[in-house]
Design a protein around this ligand. Structure first.
Ligand code: NAD
Length: 497
């Protein structure tokens, strides 16, 4: 059954002001229309920003523990709806059900974590240079935030933004990807039913060009938290910078796994398979490059190719499926074009490489797990983000060579090394240029209580998730307070004595 979803503006669910809608389809079966959402207009965005501004006046003054109680309730409601929401994630985004449920679990974890932060939004009290005077710093909210999210984690990523923004006392206008807009609508519906006051969360659907950009640059907003491609994030960061608007961007990746000759090859095999092909390679942290020590290169490649061939591609709701479809026609075409580029560049195709068709594949966007061997670091398939089930395998002479290759892209989000040698691990921790590094684990699997984000073209501004050093810093700023209770002007304060 197709869902008819609306925008949420100032606590009221409304259609687009010009009545147009955008359809969202199941990528495993395009005959299955998941729902329709408003194709919003600038007028709708203006109304949502206005509602968020009004609500900010009282939300910022609501005690943080009280805000936390509402978020705690939201966590419980999301947990109660986990199964249906997880199924909706799979139906609308395509990832297998286990991953759909995991997407929702991230949101539950983040909500509980941020609810607790309501009682921990601490600043610092430090001694003053002068008698009868005290000094402290406190966290204050930034104001109205635009939250712009991609389709690959349709519940988790909005949760990573909404809950920290709210606990810090901001109000938000949330614009999700149109490809997973029904998940967003259902998620917001659940959150507001926890008792979030009207206007604190506003939801505006629509395309990036028309609604996203207008929202991000809107004079009524104070900050932007964006997750998506590097091209869009960098463009927004430039424009917002010129407007003196706070902006943080989590963007693309080209994440490497290094496999050393001393490692447990079976462990590395499992990590490489799920790092590369989990979520059909559509994670910002997916492993898209495998850098293998020359001594184990051919052996590991054989193990990898024979395991990848056994992965079952199919609709995410089917129990036996390992890998679901890719999100849409244009993403499928982009991935297939990169496969052609890889062949032309002279990389050796060792498995996959084709779109699957016929039978249950006929109406979906299915691509075989694809592995290219003998890839060189300068090839486009080794440098550019493909965002699909395509893995580039590169041979390395030694650890230094492997690290140099790991660092040879414009991205720096996640990375991993498989080794039993503690020195190899330590050097990698120090020298690989990425925001996140895993030792003896794949490039995926971030935990919400730590800051998340990348360097180079993978991240700009503050880090997401985590508390201090992460999301709390993204969504609050410091105010410093000096209080003099001496009852006189202390001239030393003016540094005149
Ligand atoms: P995208 O950049 O096309 O879109 C992301 C969001 O931005 C969508 O809501 C879209 O409508 C909106 N948008 C598009 N153009 C816009 C514009 N000009 N102004 C304002 N908003 C605009 O990305 P996508 O295809 O939805 O997602 C895939 C990308 O996201 C990949 O590059 C992936 O690596 C990245 N990603 C990064 C992280 C991370 O945390 N680093 C997490 C998930 C996905």
């Amino acid at each position: 059954m197709a869902d008819v979803c609306k925008n949420l503006i100032g606590g009221k669910w409304r259609g687009s002001s010009d009545k147009k809608t955008i359809e969202s389809v199941n990528p495993a079966d395009t005959g299955d229309i998941v729902g329709a959402v408003p194709a919003s207009t600038k007028k709708d965005v203006d109304a949502a920003v206005d509602a968020a501004r009004k609500a900010y006046k009282s939300w910022r003054l609501t005690p943080a523990p009280k805000r936390g109680e509402i978020i705690f309730k939201a966590a419980e409601l999301i947990a109660k709806n986990k199964d249906s929401l997880g199924r909706l994630v799979t139906r609308e985004m395509g990832k297998i059900l286990k991953e759909g449920l995991g997407d929702v679990q991230e949101a539950i974890d983040m909500a509980y974590y941020m609810a607790g932060e309501g009682r921990r939004l601490s600043g610092e009290t430090v001694p003053s240079e002068l008698p009868d005077k005290d000094c402290k710093s406190v966290r204050v909210p930034i104001g109205v935030f635009s939250l712009i999210t991609p389709w690959n984690f349709p519940v988790a990523i909005p949760a990573w933004k909404i809950f920290p923004a709210l606990i810090c006392g901001n109000t938000v206008v949330f614009k999700p990807s149109s490809y997973t807009a029904v998940c967003a609508a259902r998620f917001v519906e659940i959150i507001v039913s926890a008792g979030v006051p009207d206007g604190v969360i506003n939801l505006v659907h629509g395309t990036g060009d028309e609604v996203g950009e207008y929202l991000a640059l809107h004079p009524g907003t104070d900050g932007v938290s964006f997750t998506g491609s590097s091209a869009v994030g960098e463009k927004l960061a430039k424009m917002c910078g010129a407007l003196d608007k706070e902006i943080s961007c989590e963007m693309g990746g080209k994440n490497p796994i290094i496999v050393m000759d001393d490692c447990d090859l079976l462990l590395a095999l499992e990590g490489a398979l799920w790092g590369a092909f989990g979520t059909t390679g559509q994670r910002c942290t997916a492993a898209s490059r495998l850098i293998v020590h020359e001594k184990v290169y051919e052996e590991f490649l054989d193990m990898l190719a024979s395991s990848a061939k056994k992965l079952k591609v199919g609709p995410g709701l089917k129990k036996e499926t390992d890998i679901g479809p890719v999100i849409n026609q244009s993403q499928m075409e982009k991935i297939l074009s990169y496969i052609e580029i890889g062949k032309k560049e002279g990389a050796r195709l060792v498995c996959g490489g084709k779109r699957l068709s016929g039978g249950e594949y006929e109406k979906g966007f299915f691509i075989e797990p694809t592995i290219f061997a003998d890839v060189r670091p300068e090839m486009r398939i080794a440098k550019e983000e493909i965002f699909g089930p395509v893995l580039a395998v590169i041979k390395a002479k030694d650890l230094n060579d492997a690290i140099a290759m790991a660092n040879s892209t414009d991205y720096g989000l996640s990375s991993s090394i498989y080794t039993r040698d503690v020195n190899n691990a330590a050097v990698s921790e120090r020298d690989i240029e990425s925001g996140i590094i895993y030792i003896n684990a794949p490039t995926i699997g971030a935990e919400i209580q730590l800051p998340f984000g990348g360097t180079k073209r993978s991240g700009l501004g503050r880090r997401e998730a985590g508390g201090r050093g992460g999301a709390l810093d993204m969504f609050s700023k410091w105010k410093v307070i000096y209080r003099d209770f001496s009852g006189r002007l202390q001239k030393a304060q003016l540094k005149e004595e």
